[in-house]
Design a protein around this ligand. Structure first.
Ligand SMILES: [Fe+2]
Length: 170
């Protein structure tokens, strides 16, 4: 196992513990992580961007438990408010450099913002989360097709969306 894989496995184990027995949350982030890892690899991200993406995917919904208690919902704007401090604390003992931590924090804190997507790591996190959320929220075929045009940019992400949701080819 490489050092990077070990770091990511540690983050996954820590996030499972953080989820405190919420099996839906655990299954959700594992699905998002798997798609993000796959898309990142197939889109040839640099090793550094790939690691950032994978860690961000594992912890992207870190604010959800707090938001449920504090606001009674997990609205994106509340998550964006609560995320930065939670991510900072969570990453404190994770062995990656500060610049990586900062980027991961930015991605997690903005994963409900679909404008000013300033990098492939950000784009792929949005795509991976959408691939999972469309199913979990039973989105209509029409909405999924619209997202294929408006949200998805990578070929790998578009292919996965088309395949999972059996969309007509364009
Ligand atoms: Fe999510």
């Amino acid at each position: 196992m490489t050092e990077t894989q070990q770091t990511i496995n540690n983050v996954i184990a820590k996030m499972i513990a953080y989820s405190d027995g919420n099996k839906h949350d655990i299954a959700h982030f594992l699905k998002v992580y798997t798609y993000a890892r796959m898309i990142g690899e197939m889109e040839n991200l640099t090793e550094r961007k790939q690691e950032i993406l994978e860690i961000a995917a594992v912890i992207h919904d870190i604010a959800c438990p707090v938001c449920r208690v504090k606001y009674g919902n997990t609205n994106g704007s509340n998550q964006e408010k609560e995320s930065p401090e939670l991510v900072e604390n969570f990453l404190k003992d994770v062995e990656i450099d500060d610049e990586m931590k900062e980027r991961i924090n930015y991605l997690v804190s903005h994963h409900h913002t679909y404008t000013n997507v300033d990098g492939l790591d950000y784009r792929i996190l949005l795509e991976a989360d959408f691939l999972v959320n469309a199913d979990e929220s039973e989105m209509s075929e029409n909405a999924v097709e619209t997202a294929r045009e408006r949200v998805f940019e990578t070929n790998t992400g578009k292919k996965l969306l088309t395949s999972i949701y059996k969309l007509p080819a364009r």
